[in-house]
Design a protein around this ligand. Structure first.
Ligand code: XMP
Length: 317
């Protein structure tokens, strides 16, 4: 009859033994799994775990500041922040095809991570793989399911001769969260909605530009803030804004306006495989539309996505 406390104690011992006086690296995204893996391994080997946080510029509003604040300043992790926004935006210039965007972001991510890992050295690579990833991979017959390809630094372990450590491999998501609580990781990290590896790159339909990124980040933050204020954030599985590659006509004062359309998406789901669109109250949607159009320069119209999965996927690209 094991407890999460026993697990923690045992894992810390195991990791210490395995790593010895060596160094380990970990790609920290700020998502639940990599965060818990990072704090757990830090507890075992301290600063000999070097966490690499790649800021690809496609993160949610202020996330590039919040992640270092939580993990470096608050939890004391050894965190190496790589600011790579310009690199990613440059490679995404003129690209509109969703699969092409995903491929570019995934490739560039691995490239940046590899360059950084090479500089840092280290013999071990810590990954936040959890039990559902293991099952998913087995089911898909591939080493890693396609949907997770971005988070996995594919090919890197062999090329760099790194040994993989997966301390969460046999835990379910709720156990990972409990372990995270035990390790003192704040709730805003542990209970945050899932976020795709390619980030806002696949929530901007069409070409990704600085201006579109600003519009989407601001609109998304307003929607999420409203969900939190109203108690709906915890009631939906995932919610976010999407910026369409479409401008429509409106009126601002007495003037004609011609601005972008924002789509809001909120779904109820168990693991993301299927999903129902969330029946958010009309008043909440009304308030979201007003706030977004009033406060976000460049956003002129708001629509709500009422498609479930299937037939639609949760993300728009
Ligand atoms: P879809 O859009 O396929 O999304 O219905 C299902 C869930 O997976 C997330 N998602 C991703 N997660 N890398 C990720 O780590 C990706 O490339 C990716 N694409 C989709 C999506 O946010 C949803 O939670």
């Amino acid at each position: 009859n094991w407890t999460i406390e026993d697990f923690l104690e045992r894992k810390v011992e195991e990791i210490r033994e395995e790593v010895g006086d060596g160094k380990a690296i970990l790609g920290l995204s700020g998502g639940v799994d990599s965060s818990v893996a990072a704090v757990l391994v830090h507890k075992a080997i301290g600063d000999r775990l070097i966490n690499i946080f790649v800021d690809h510029g496609l993160l949610r509003l202020h996330e590039e500041k919040e992640v270092p604040m939580v993990f470096k300043d608050k939890l004391g992790l050894n965190l190496d922040v790589v600011r790579a926004k310009d690199r990613f935006l440059k490679r995404l210039q003129g690209v509109t095809d969703p699969e092409e965007k995903r491929k570019i972001i995934g490739e560039e991510f691995i490239r940046v991570f590899e360059e950084e890992a090479e500089k840092l050295g280290g013999r071990f690579l810590v990954q936040g793989t959890i039990y559902s990833d293991v099952i998913e991979s087995a089911a898909s017959g591939k080493e890693t399911a396609k949907i997770k390809s971005h988070h996995n630094v594919g090919g890197l372990p062999e090329r760099m001769n790194l040994k993989i450590i997966e301390p969460l491999r046999y835990l379910f998501k709720d156990e990972v969260r409990r372990l995270g609580e035990l390790l003192g990781i704040p709730g805003e990290i542990l209970y945050r909605h899932p976020f795709p590896g390619p980030g806002l790159g696949i929530r901007i339909i069409g070409e990704v530009t600085e201006d579109k990124l600003r519009i989407l980040k601001e609109a998304d933050a307003i929607f999420i803030e409203l969900l939190k204020e109203s108690g709906w954030y915890e009631k939906v599985w995932q919610a976010f804004a999407v910026l369409l590659d479409l401008k429509t006509v409106g009126v601002v004062g007495d003037e004609r306006a011609y601005e972008y359309v924002i789509a809001l998406r909120a779904v109820n789901s168990v693991e993301g495989m299927t999903a129902d669109w969330s029946k958010l109250p009309y008043e909440l949607l009304d308030e979201a539309a007003r706030r977004i159009c009033n406060r976000v320069k460049g956003a002129g119209r708001v629509v709500y996505d009422i498609t479930s999965k299937p037939p639609a996927t949760i993300e728009w690209e």
